[in-house]
Design a binder for this molecule. Structure first.
Ligand SMILES: *[C@@H]1O[C@H](CO)[C@@H](O)[C@H](O)[C@H]1NC(C)=O
Ligand SMILES: *[C@@H]1O[C@H](CO)[C@@H](O)[C@H](O)[C@H]1NC(C)=O
Ligand SMILES: *[C@@H]1O[C@H](CO)[C@@H](O)[C@H](O)[C@H]1NC(C)=O
Ligand SMILES: *[C@@H]1O[C@H](CO)[C@@H](O)[C@H](O)[C@H]1NC(C)=O
Ligand SMILES: *[C@@H]1O[C@H](CO)[C@@H](O)[C@H](O)[C@H]1NC(C)=O
Ligand SMILES: *[C@@H]1O[C@H](CO)[C@@H](O)[C@H](O)[C@H]1NC(C)=O
Ligand SMILES: *[C@@H]1O[C@H](CO)[C@@H](O)[C@H](O)[C@H]1NC(C)=O
Ligand SMILES: *[C@@H]1O[C@H](CO)[C@@H](O)[C@H](O)[C@H]1NC(C)=O
Length: 309
């Protein structure tokens, strides 16, 4: 067991440096969303794939008169590299009611990712490689009016995903362009929404027994990352290990830097030596040619028939 965990952690660290925490750079703007209308949004498109799980700072210039409490929307474009849902956004933006997460490589939503946003109404998880959604996803967010999962690869949807929600309040439900279903309702037709939910239960059955669906041998790196990134105790362990990894990496880095410095110094000295050599070569050549001239002149003076008397 320990070995498996270590191996998994090794996979996590392979090739990239995962840090404990990170700063989100917000581009603040007003957006107009279907159903809920105007929101003040932190747009972010630059979350590095190597960044951590927990947002520890937000950065950016608010529109005039606005502050963090006015932020009601977060839009993240994962640029096809984001592996996890960032946590602790709500520590900075306590009034989030809309979340748009596009274009990630997240495959599984384990259920507690959005628990920190009790005011959530609008959820748009468009265009990722999502295959599996836990029943628990909306357990702490009962006010949902828009649930958008269009253009993913969904195969399994927790049987009770919609149980905590009030279907008469739902206006948009999209499971358009997925593997087990291709259907959406965007006009708040409750009958149609109920029928869509029934189709999900029939065609995308999933009884939520994490993580038995992902056996050790078939765990992909992404799944492993998602798994770790959603479990606080494992996250802590990973963070501890990561700290020591970073230390090692930093040591290696300073060594590399030193070697580079020495190389540069050597290049510099080589260059100086070359310059001195070429300079002195010129001087020697100059002297040599003058010597030759003098010799010739001497010869001319002493041997020429018209030499000075
Ligand atoms: C904060 O944002 C500014 C402007 O976008 C950027 O120059 C700066 O590097 C950011 N700071 C951090 C800590 O990311
Ligand atoms: C997804 O990210 C890729 C890579 O950055 C980008 O080329 C593409 O336009 C993005 N697609 C959407 C729908 O945001
Ligand atoms: C994330 O937020 C929770 C709740 O506010 C807090 O207990 C936790 O320490 C935060 N994590 C970090 C790394 O700041
Ligand atoms: C996501 O899905 C696309 C389309 O099938 C695929 O090309 C890509 O490799 C997948 N990305 C990951 C990280 O699984
Ligand atoms: C569901 O929402 C409708 C209004 O859209 C409301 O009348 C009804 O009481 C709600 N049901 C529950 C169980 O909250
Ligand atoms: C609502 O959806 C049902 C089932 O798809 C359909 O039969 C009905 O005509 C729709 N009602 C309206 C007002 O569009
Ligand atoms: C998180 O990991 C710990 C340690 O492996 C485990 O005991 C716990 O059940 C896990 N929690 C969840 C929610 O998976
Ligand atoms: C040193 O000089 C060589 C040849 O001019 C060059 O290829 C190399 O990149 C230089 N190294 C450094 C550290 O400047």
């Amino acid at each position: 067991m320990k070995f498996t965990i270590l191996f998994a952690i090794f996979l996590i660290f392979q090739g990239n440096k995962i840090s404990n925490s990170f700063t989100i750079n917000c581009d603040y703007r007003t957006r107009s969303l279907l159903v809920i209308g105007s929101v003040y949004s932190c747009d972010t498109t630059n979350i590095p794939s190597s960044s951590g799980i927990t947002v520890t700072n937000v950065n950016g210039t608010h529109l005039s008169g606005k502050n963090n409490n006015d932020v009601t929307c977060v839009y993240i474009n994962g640029k096809r590299t984001l592996l996890f849902v960032p946590r602790n956004f709500s520590n900075f933006f306590p009034n989030i009611k809309a979340i748009l997460i596009w274009n990630t490589t997240i495959e599984t939503l384990f259920g507690d990712e959005f628990d920190e946003f009790p005011k959530l109404e609008y959820f748009d998880f468009y265009y990722s490689n999502l295959t599996t959604i836990s029943s628990k996803l909306f357990e702490k967010t009962p006010k949902m009016v828009c649930v958008w999962f269009g253009s993913n690869m969904i195969e399994r949807v927790g049987h009770d995903l919609f149980t905590p929600l009030n279907v008469t309040q739902l206006k948009i439900v999209s499971f358009h362009n997925n593997r087990c279903i291709n259907r959406y309702v965007n006009n708040g037709n409750t009958t149609a929404i109920i029928s869509l939910i029934n189709e999900l239960r029939e065609k995308c059955p999933f009884d939520d027994e994490f993580p038995s669906t992902t056996t050790t041998t078939s765990l992909t790196t992404t799944t492993i990352k998602n798994l770790f990134c959603t479990n606080q105790s494992i996250e802590d362990l990973v963070c501890d290990l990561k700290d020591s990894m970073i230390e090692v990496q930093e040591n290696l880095m300073t060594k590399d830097e030193k070697i580079d410095e020495i190389r540069e110094d050597m290049n510099q000295s080589n260059k100086i030596i070359e310059e001195i050599q070429s300079e002195s070569r010129e001087k020697i050549e100059n002297i040599e040619s003058r010597m030759q001239w003098l010799e010739e002149e001497l010869l001319r003076l002493t041997t020429h028939p018209c030499a000075c008397k």
